[in-house]
Design a protein around this ligand. Sequence first.
Ligand code: NAD
Length: 502
Amino acid sequence: MTDPRHIPTDLPTRIQHYIDGQFVDSVEGGTFDVLDPVTNETYLQAAAGTKADVDLAVAAARRAFAEGPWPRMLPRERARILHRIADLVESRDARLAELESFDSGLPITQALGQARRAAENFRFFADLIVAQTDDAFKVPGRQMNYVNRKPIGVAGLITPWNTPFMLESWKLGPALATGNTVVLKPAEFTPLSASLWAGIFEEAGLPQGVFNLVNGLGEDAGDALVKHPDVPLISFTGESRTGQIIFGNAAPYLKGLSMELGGKSPAIVFADADLEAAIDATIFGVFSLNGERCTAGSRILVQRDVYDEFVERYAAQAERVVVGDPQDPATEVGALVHPEHYDKVMSYIEIGKTEARLVAGGGRPEGFPTGNYVAPTVFADVAPDARIFQEEIFGPVVAITPFDTDEEALALANGVKYGLAAYVWTNDLKRAHNFAQAIEAGMVWLNSNNVRDLRTPFGGVKASGLGHEGGYRSIDFYTDQQAVHITLGAVHNPTFGKTDAA
Ligand code: NAD
């Protein structure tokens, strides 16, 4: 590229942990490199947390839980602070987007949308916690039962590198709204935006020790958090394989677990669908956010009557997607997050070339000799046993497969280990709803792009997750629902155990 890059001003070169209201280095002094995805040069050093740092962070969060005001505040008092956090995020959205885009390689316009969604998450859970009521059940003169909803303690939050700030807000919002204290372990590829939470929370008036941040590698800091006996629940978003490891490590403690994992979601396009709308939405669904989107419709199943037309139009549109510097507002696909991930995506493209017909992209785009740039890539005639059909690639790569009948479409849709999202394109209302019923996916979009109201559940089935968050499900996950029972009249069986021996 010839244009000089836009480098954010005041870019930090060093990131620390944030424990008990203080920025601190790692106890053992370690750091790790964070790379600029456009040049792959190290641009900052982040503190590499180990068990020693996690122990300090958990102890601080535990103290704040046991002794501090946060869990004891009225919901509306906590809500006021959460709204202030949302205000602060909104007032800094441009800066957040600039840093997020620089750190992760996401196009800046899309990073801006994610920053605003992060603010929305805080507003939503602030309002929800105020509106939250649990039923009391009364049998007049006999008994009353009610639910005592209590924060659980220290919540361990482990997050991935795709849309990092927004996904952190998705856990921080409900965990804090319900009165827990937290230790956040953000992804090691993208620690920059997470470091901004500390300043935002301080300014908003969150009490000391409620929010703690430990940077570091998954197998060190993440592992220590999962195995810490004083952390009763873990909310994790990341790869299915990592989810399995965490599941095993949390088992001896019987921790509460919520897992948002990988996906290989189908978009099914029937011949009767509005093809233009289906193409626009499926292009956006797999290439926006660089294809690094858990709910990407990365397998497109197309009914044979319109298959050739679909493939031709889809490939032509994919070729027109604008690849460019993440900081350029015209960019639609930026640079992948890290050279390791770039290598993984590129290796799948090479595998795809041996398994299917390449119709667009297929490697590094012209004019981008360096950086983690991948041309939007489309494979057609992909067989259901192909690796690019079965395995999550998590980049701008899509597999298109033809089908004839509804039964075949359903078998193809369900024929992978994942079950996160599905998209159905048809003008037949009955078929659309029948497919929604039959598809093994936590979320289904009918003739729709990826819109989601925050009140609805979010989560996957099969290898895509465990449990649901979103709306009241998040409140349920982050609280104990203790049932309290009181007898208002006489106790039952007043003669039990009083019978005289014969
Ligand atoms: P990852 O599993 O490699 O890492 C996620 C987080 O887990 C990181 O913070 C990492 O440091 C930590 N980690 C790694 N090993 C650990 C261990 N042994 N113990 C504790 N923590 C550990 O995932 P990633 O590559 O960062 O993210 C991409 C994946 O996330 C994709 O599979 C994507 O589909 C998935 N994802 C899912 C959703 C969803 O809502 N379902 C959303 C976004 C991303």
